[in-house]
Design a protein around this ligand. Structure first.
Ligand SMILES: [Zn+2]
Length: 447
């Protein structure tokens, strides 16, 4: 029998039928792959790595379903005792596994799971509407999620809507309607298509289906609503809320005379270049330095960025200023102060160059905190006034300038619960995840 098989195989492999030989080899390879894949799947059930499931990164399909959770009748709504009772009644989450009770990582995972479930519950109770992505509209969606989670701005828009009702101007009306719709659809999603169409009349750039800058959309929308309300009703409430003033002070090194210029801002641009040395480099060397920094994970803090922005700057050698007091060209120093800061502070981390030919993105990691104190950067210290801000929203950009994706983190208006808004998908997010994100826009609000 064995001899017969050997003879048959020899016949086949004697190149009389090379195509049969190829097919047989292919089948053997496929079978091997299937066996290996099966073994891997089976071993995952007991692999310790599976116990490292991060429940906070678990995302619900379409952002509208919740994990199947049911409480026992005796379980209280909150508290540590509630947690243990609560976890014991959690049914199998999609993708979750039965974990050994003695695993050290279990307690951490359980905590994360509790946090995740509590956030889902809060979302069910109080809202979290996704926005559908229509033709590269993630830049719009992220900006809008950011804006509608600013409490003071939302309050103003809703009061304006109530005040002017049917006579509300087009863009403000479209935004107010979207805001109302999002509030009424806490477990679903909607689209911002009508608002985009309205805003396209102000900026043609938004009329195409191309990806655009989320920051530009955000500031264009705010300015458009401000202009509409000022032109039609002399209503400056958006201006009072969101515009600040930065003062540049030029000081003569000889007579110490000062002159200043005030400039209004809706958004404060923050340079995130790592060092002056890096910025003075050029071409390939600068790119290499940037790559190296990104590779080794170098970062800069937001506080450092502010310190640099408001530090004293000696103007370059050869740059002279005509001093009206000395009546001659003199050397000067230049400093910036915040003359007035708005209640809502928008910070744009300058990751993109204004030069259209420069498509490199500054990928410096910027560390930031939930609290931001601006007192030391103010021109005047009014003790009665607090300069302490709280982070309320973050727009994140991932990828490159030509091929990227925008998402947003935002804190719920009624609680401390953060959510990640990835177009129509909405998922709970931990505080740590927010602070370690690749932020592009930060929104702080003074309470
Ligand atoms: Zn002078």
């Amino acid at each position: 029998m064995a001899d017969a098989i050997r003879n048959a195989m020899t016949g086949i492999f004697d190149s009389n039928y090379p195509w049969i030989c190829s097919i047989l080899l292919l089948i053997i390879v496929i079978l091997l792959i299937l066996i290996i894949a099966r073994m891997c799947t089976t071993s995952n059930c007991i692999s310790p790595s599976v116990t490292r499931v991060d429940f906070r990164t678990y995302r619900l399909p379409s952002g509208i379903h919740e994990p199947k959770v049911h409480r026992t009748a005796a379980a209280p709504a909150s508290g540590s005792n509630a947690s243990s009772q609560f976890v014991s009644s959690v049914t199998q989450l999609p993708g979750s596994v039965n974990m050994p009770e003695t695993t050290p990582l279990l307690s951490e995972n359980v905590k994360r799971m509790i946090e995740s479930i509590q956030c889902y519950q809060e979302r069910q109770e109080s809202g979290g509407c996704g926005l559908v992505n229509f033709a590269n509209s993630c830049y719009i969606n992220s900006a809008l999620q950011c804006l509608c989670h600013i409490r003071s701005f939302t309050d103003i828009i809703l009061s304006i809507q109530e005040k002017y009702q049917r006579h509300l101007t087009p863009i403000s009306s479209a935004y107010a309607q979207l805001l109302t719709k999002m509030k009424s659809l806490p477990r679903s999603s909607t689209t911002a298509y009508e608002l985009k169409a309205c805003l396209s009349s102000v900026n043609q750039r938004f009329s195409t289906a191309d990806q655009q800058d989320s920051h530009e959309f955000l500031t264009t929308l705010i300015e458009a609503m401000h202009d509409e309300l000022m032109d039609n009703y002399q209503d400056g409430s958006i201006d009072d809320l969101m515009h600040g003033t930065i003062r540049s002070v030029v000081k003569c090194n000889e007579c110490l005379d000062e002159s200043y210029t005030d400039q209004s801002f809706l958004s404060l641009p923050i340079s995130v270049h790592q060092s002056e040395t890096t910025t003075s480099l050029s071409g390939m060397y600068q790119q290499f330095a940037g790559f190296l920094s990104a590779f080794i994970g170098r970062s800069i803090s937001l506080d450092d960025c502010f310190e640099r922005l408001f530090s004293v700057e000696q103007l370059n050698e050869g740059a002279h200023w005509f001093c009206s007091k000395c009546q001659k060209l003199t050397k000067v120093t230049k400093t910036f102060h915040l003359e007035h800061v708005p209640r809502v502070l928008i910070l744009q981390l300058k990751r993109f160059s204004n030069d259209l030919t420069d498509d490199t993105k500054v990928k410096t990691k910027v560390s930031f905190k939930h609290q931001l104190d601006l007192q030391k950067f103010m021109n005047r210290c009014e003790l009665a006034q607090s300069w302490l801000y709280t982070l309320v929203a973050v727009v994140v950009h991932e990828g490159t300038l030509t091929s990227g994706h925008y998402t947003a983190f935002a804190r719920h208006l009624d609680n401390e619960c953060w959510h990640h808004f990835n177009d129509e998908d909405v998922s709970p997010a931990s505080s740590k995840k927010v602070l370690t994100s690749d932020a592009y826009i930060l929104v702080y609000e003074r309470r």
